[in-house]
Design a protein around this ligand. Structure first.
Ligand SMILES: CC(C)(COP(=O)(O)OP(=O)(O)OC[C@H]1O[C@@H](n2cnc3c(N)ncnc32)[C@H](O)[C@@H]1OP(=O)(O)O)[C@@H](O)C(=O)NCCC(=O)NCCS
Length: 148
């Protein structure tokens, strides 16, 4: 909760985390020694993985921990035979959008009035990655430029 409240203007409540754990969503943490510095929460339904939360302690951001958590989440989704992963992100969240774009996510659409905001509501971008395609691209052999 300390990380969540430090990282987000509109954090999840303790009750939301408890519900996620109770219903068995995939909750992963990343630790430095015994210190929890970030976490991700995912759920999987019918071959689709939904990334519900991905957060790094503000004191530990920009050290590639978010990238590690995202990669670990993608790996778990692939291991569970998910074909795609999607998530919602605020259009104002430059760090989040940049992280996801860099990993190959694309904006698929929008959900109007999805988030609470300082004045009223803010829409969400829905971002998506085709995991089958991503896996194929990453495991395809690199062509050799050998003239012989
Ligand atoms: C988004 C978040 C998880 C990124 O975690 P992080 O550990 O700082 O990210 P990384 O160090 O792995 O950065 C990976 C890439 O993300 C982008 N990025 C991360 N922080 C950024 C920032 N402050 N501004 C712009 N781009 C940023 C960059 O493209 C970066 O690549 P680079 O280091 O080569 O420039 C983190 O900022 C966070 O927890 N934010 C609050 C919670 C949140 O918004 N989560 C996403 C909800 S959808």
């Amino acid at each position: 909760m300390e990380i969540e409240e430090a990282a987000y203007a509109f954090p999840w409540t303790r009750g939301i985390f408890e519900d996620c754990l109770r219903v068995g969503y995939d909750c992963q943490g990343i630790q430095l020694g015994s210190l929890l510095v970030g976490y991700a929460v995912l759920t999987q339904v019918a071959g689709e993985c939904h990334l519900l939360n991905l957060c790094v302690d503000p004191q530990w951001q920009r050290r590639h921990l978010g990238s590690v958590l995202l990669e670990q989440s993608i790996r778990k989704a692939i291991e569970s035979n998910c074909e795609s992963m999607f998530l919602e992100v605020r259009p104002s969240n430059r760090a989040g959008i940049s992280l996801y774009r860099k990993r190959g996510f694309q904006v698929l659409g929008e959900r109007p009035d999805y988030y609470r905001a300082a004045s009223g509501r803010e829409k969400a971008f829905i971002m998506f990655i085709d995991l089958d395609q991503d896996h194929a691209n990453r495991t395809r052999p690199v062509p050799r430029h050998d003239p012989l």
